[in-house]
Design a protein around this ligand. Structure first.
Ligand SMILES: *Cc1c(COP(=O)(O)O)cnc(C)c1O
Length: 531
């Protein structure tokens, strides 16, 4: 230690303490500086004891944030004001490393928390990402510090093992042959959908990966079939694959907003007559607008009849599989070819954490086929057998499974099942409340935790219904007590709540209705006056 300090006169912090004092008595000494370091502040930025102090500052703020149950939505700030506020927090030092400034850190974290979407407040009912289980954030923090990119076993051993374990644990609810299915994690449901479609395309058109579109001469054009309410990421994935909008076959929905299997057949026949070869059918388990579950069992029959790959976009709703009460919504899941499952939605972990499952392991290798000898070993051994790099798009990938696995390891399945069941029950309760309110219009019976409705008080003209809902939603957002979303259901906009927070009760929902009425009545008065 002494020798080190004498060679490195810079290792002193602004408060006069020496950053490496914490190492006294430790078994290994800090690295010897070569004399090229310009400033001890570079060493300080990596100092372990300072790291703990910084973390404690931040954790105290997060504790306060998590303990704040006040009802609040979004504090929407003018971006120009926020840019100024953020700039004011930046060091003006250009030449030297600026010393750590605790006040700056505190102010950055305060601004970050305050301007964010308040997912932990009972006022938050608007979107599909959730207030995470705090412990999962703690594990994510570990991931950020140890920084183990997880596409390759040698870089991230425990994350790769945890993926294997979580795949087995969750497959218990899917029901595939444990020896032949596969799972890969990927950065978000959108990328998972793209990856699955790519694998489906490569299976149906084996020459495509090497020859590109020219492999198709003389063949029918590749096409996919989707329910009319499919998530936009699927249309984007098609675009990325060179499947034009005109090659996306939209299947009609029934009155429960599910793909109508009977009406799907003639639509698929008509597509074939137009020169399309539909190779993949995308079903949704929890559609984004209303949370509807397509009838997987029947669709699996249709897919078998026509040799279609059946992909299920369960980004939102696959998590219902872990609940004994709700699993039946995905009846037939064991017959599908692939499944997208976002843990950062209904498993309450930090984003992104998406699991892409394949019934057949070989298909998991079918999405990407290039050789890259610097990472992919031709002869897998026990270590490289766990690599996921061949199956996912990312090269450097977050060890996103760790927060999920740690929650599962420490609390078990019931943590997830109980929260999901509460949220779905709550959504059913608030639907019943709405049915008793004559000035509100209900639009569907909730299948999960998403509910759409409209405020239609007497005096509202039919031609104003759409704009009225949009304007109510915006005003509620700007008032900042509740955060809800809007979506078109049929021809007109509807108000949409997504129950992701178990601290929300039906009392909070009644308060929301009160606010909608007040805002809506103001709006009606204004339009009558201006008319
Ligand atoms: C959220 C969602 C997606 C997109 O997933 P990301 O993880 O946000 O990329 C896709 N499909 C459905 C049904 C979704 O709810």
């Amino acid at each position: 230690m002494t020798e080190y300090r004498s060679e490195n006169p810079f290792g002193v912090r602004p408060d006069g303490t020496e950053p490496f004092s914490a190492h006294a008595g430790a078994t290994s000494s800090p690295p010897r500086a070569t004399g090229t370091l310009e400033s001890g502040l570079l060493l300080e930025a990596f100092d372990a004891q300072l790291f703990r102090e910084q973390s404690e500052t931040v954790v105290a703020k997060l504790e306060k944030h998590l303990a704040d149950f006040s009802i609040r939505g979004l504090d929407l700030t003018d971006p120009a004001i926020l840019v100024d506020a953020a700039r004011a927090l930046m060091t003006t030092e250009r030449e030297q490393i600026a010393a750590f400034d605790e006040n700056r850190l505190a102010a950055i974290v305060d601004l970050y928390i305050k301007t964010g979407i308040q997912v932990h407040s009972p006022g938050y009912m608007g979107r599909q990402f959730s207030g995470v289980v705090p412990l999962s954030g703690v594990i994510d923090f570990v991931s950020s510090v140890v920084n183990q990119p997880s596409s390759f076993y040698e870089a991230a051993q425990l994350p790769n093992v945890a993926e294997k374990i979580m795949a087995e644990e969750l497959n218990a609810f899917i029901g595939w042959d444990p020896g032949s299915f596969a799972m890969v994690t990927t950065s978000g449901g959108s990328l998972a959908n793209l990856t699955a479609l790519l694998s489906a395309r490569n299976r149906a058109f084996p020459g495509y990966w090497s020859e590109g579109g020219s492999a198709l001469t003389g063949q029918l054009r590749p096409a996919i079939a989707v329910g009319d309410d499919v998530h936009y990421s699927v249309a984007r994935a098609a675009g990325v694959l060179g499947i034009g909008d005109a090659q996306i076959v939209r299947l009609p929905l029934n009155e429960r907003h599910q793909i109508c299997v009977e009406r799907a057949r003639p639509v698929l026949d008509a597509a074939e007559r137009r020169g399309l070869r539909v190779f993949c059918l995308v079903a949704s388990a929890g559609t984004t607008p209303v949370g509807a579950f397509d009838p997987l069992d029947e669709l699996a029959g249709l897919a078998r009849e026509r040799d279609l790959w059946l992909h299920v976009d369960g980004a939102h709703g696959a998590s219902l599989l872990v609940s004994d009460e709700l699993r039946h919504k995905l009846r037939g899941i064991e017959k599908v070819d692939s499944l997208t499952w976002d843990a950062h939605k209904m498993m309450f972990t930090p984003a992104p954490c998406t699991l892409l499952f394949y019934r057949n392991r070989e298909n998991s290798l079918g999405a990407f086929r290039q050789q890259a000898s610097y990472v992919f070993d031709e002869e897998p051994d026990i270590y490289t057998a766990l690599d996921s790099g061949e199956k996912n798009f990312e090269c450097t990938k977050r060890p996103m499974i760790m927060p999920l696995w740690a929650l599962w390891a420490i609390h078990g399945r019931a943590l997830f099942a109980q929260k999901i069941e509460y949220l779905c029950r709550l959504t059913g309760d608030v639907h019943r409340i709405l049915e008793g309110e004559p000035d509100f219009e209900t639009l569907h019976r909730p299948e999960a935790n998403i509910l759409c409705f409209r405020y239609r008080p007497p005096g509202l003209r039919d031609e104003d219904v759409h704009d009225f809902q949009v304007e109510i939603r915006n005003r509620i957002k700007f008032e900042g007590n509740f955060f809800i979303s809007k979506v078109n259901v049929g021809e007109f906009a509807a108000l949409r709540v997504v129950m992701m927070n178990h601290q929300v009760t039906s009392e909070h929902f009644r308060m929301l209705l009160g606010e909608i009425r007040r805002v809506g009545q103001d709006l009606l008065r204004q339009t009558h006056q201006s008319r």
